[in-house]
Design a protein around this ligand. Structure first.
Ligand code: MTE
Ligand code: MO
Length: 468
């Protein structure tokens, strides 16, 4: 099994290093308060070359240029509370569209008093403005650690970021046009970028979540959102996996169920149902995914444990954590007291993370680490630190978080033949799509500790991780 991504070219390595050095400098001087200040981005296309992902996002490892898919290249991204735009992963099924915000509208249809086209200007100016810090993770993050591997982008650890999103509460727009938002209704939100003949990126969100905290967002980290992240307007579903956060919102349809069945399909295409009903489901090997009109549990773990839903829908995130320092493959020299400070992040979707433990001996023993950093953002990750009395030699480091429901990250991903549908015996259920991997072993880091005075310690050179 491979988590290794150390095949980058030297040029790219140099470019990234320059960026990371610069970033470190700006952190030190306080110039980079988590805001995308490095590349002069404004709304829409940036001031740099169009389509040149590498120069626009120097903190990312590019998986594909078209459609744009890229993840954080270095563990260092997980040393900080806020993820700068230059390091926030991008996940696109189709190429980023070129949108004129003056012309763009969001259609509101279905169970409403009045079907309308809402302009971007109206969304920005006619309703209240709210901000949420949200740890957004692609449900495919960690997919490359599945054995046997499954198809799709081979994300390692880097398809997650913590950013500040600003926009309009969706509920206010729905209310303005008399939408039926009673219990049991759903809002299906559609992206506007699908090329002719492709399935429209559609997600059905239960109305109770929509009204609770969903936004039509247009700013990221205090700057106008840029095109790759959904400009001019995206849905923000705090705490839930990235796939629910529909970019380039084109239409919102109020319904009494999810997009389901022939009404939402054409003869030869799952036009609106594909991304809701077939993709983004946790299905064991050799099973066909079962479709539902409605479900009433949204936390992925709750669904895993429900006897009604055998193939969970990818909604609210599972508990997970990542070590940011030391990075994978790093050689570190302990400080004067002989210790190394292990730093990382832990999150649990719309639940809280309750505890975080670190192992420095490959999981034989565990110690409680401590949380630090901002506390007042319920959908945001928490930072953690652990002061490690580090002996010279090589060590395998793991982190393992537990959420407020007492659910802990499992150790490994199961064998497909086990056909698990929930987390059992410390194993995450292998599934056909490679979704929601929160097992801690494949996300660990291999670290070498030098004896004090052994010379220059190097930092991470590639996004390598241990395999399991
Ligand atoms: N319209 C549209 N919205 C989309 C997608 C897409 O392909 N099209 N990808 C989704 C997925 S799978 C993820 S993980 C997030 C990624 O958001 P980001 O690119 O801003 O990180 O957007 C979601 N929203
Ligand atoms: Mo995703």
């Amino acid at each position: 099994m491979t988590g290794d991504t150390g095949d980058e070219t030297t040029d790219r390595e140099t470019g990234r290093r320059r960026y990371l050095d610069r970033r470190q400098f700006m952190m030190a001087t306080g110039a980079l308060a988590g805001v995308g200040v490095l590349s002069g981005n404004v709304g829409g296309r940036t001031t740099q070359d169009e389509g040149d992902l590498e120069s626009e996002y120097p903190g990312l490892r590019i998986i594909s240029e078209e459609p744009e898919n890229a993840e954080a290249a270095a563990r260092a991204t997980y040393e900080s509370y806020i993820t700068p735009r230059e390091e926030h992963y991008i996940r696109n099924h189709y190429p980023t569209p070129d949108i004129d915000p003056e012309e763009w509208t969001v259609s509101l249809t279905g169970m409403v008093d009045e079907e309308v086209e809402v302009s971007v200007d109206e969304i920005r100016r006619d309703y209240s403005t709210e901000t949420v810090t949200h740890t957004m993770q692609c449900s495919g993050n960690g997919r490359s650690y599945f054995d046997p591997q499954v198809g799709g982008n081979q994300w390692t650890f880097g398809a997650v970021g913590n950013t500040v999103w600003t926009g309009t509460p969706v509920g206010e727009v729905l209310e303005a046009y008399g939408a039926d938002t009673q219990e049991g209704t759903w809002l299906s939100v559609m992206g506007g970028e699908a090329p002719e003949g492709e399935d429209i990126f559609t997600r059905s969100i239960p109305m109770e979540k929509v009204l609770e905290d969903c936004l039509l967002a247009y700013e990221m980290n205090g700057s106008p959102m840029n095109d790759d992240h959904g400009y001019p307007v995206r849905l923000l579903v705090p705490g839930w996996y990235g796939n629910n956060n529909v970019k380039w919102v084109d239409r919102m349809h109020v319904m009494d169920r999810m997009v389901f069945g022939e009404e939402w399909e054409t003869e030869d295409q799952r036009l609106y149902t594909h991304w809701q009903q077939y993709s983004y489901r946790l299905t064991p090997i050799d099973e066909e995914t079962e479709q539902f009109e409605r479900i009433d549990a949204f936390d992925v773990r709750d669904q895993m444990e429900s006897s009604d839903i055998r193939h969970p829908y990818v909604y609210d995130q599972l508990v997970k954590s990542l070590i940011g320092y030391p990075g994978a493959g790093a050689t570190v020299e302990p400080g004067p007291g002989g210790s190394v400070e292990v730093i990382g992040v832990a999150w649990a979707g719309d639940d809280e993370v309750d505890a975080i433990e670190v192992s420095t001996d490959g999981g034989d023993s565990w110690s409680e680490a401590e949380f630090f950093g901002p506390v007042d953002a319920p959908y945001s990750w928490r930072q953690f630190r652990y002061v490690w009395d580090a002996e010279p030699g090589s060590h395998t480091l793991y982190s393992r978080a537990t959420d407020a429901n007492g659910r802990t990250q499992p150790a490994t991903v199961s064998d497909p033949d086990a056909q698990l549908v929930s987390i059992e015996d410390d194993q995450f259920p292998w599934n056909q799509g490679g979704y929601c991997n929160n097992a801690y072993e494949p996300h660990g880091v291999e670290v070498t500790v030098e004896a004090a005075g052994d010379g220059e310690a190097e930092t991470e050179t590639a996004a390598t991780t241990t395999s399991s």
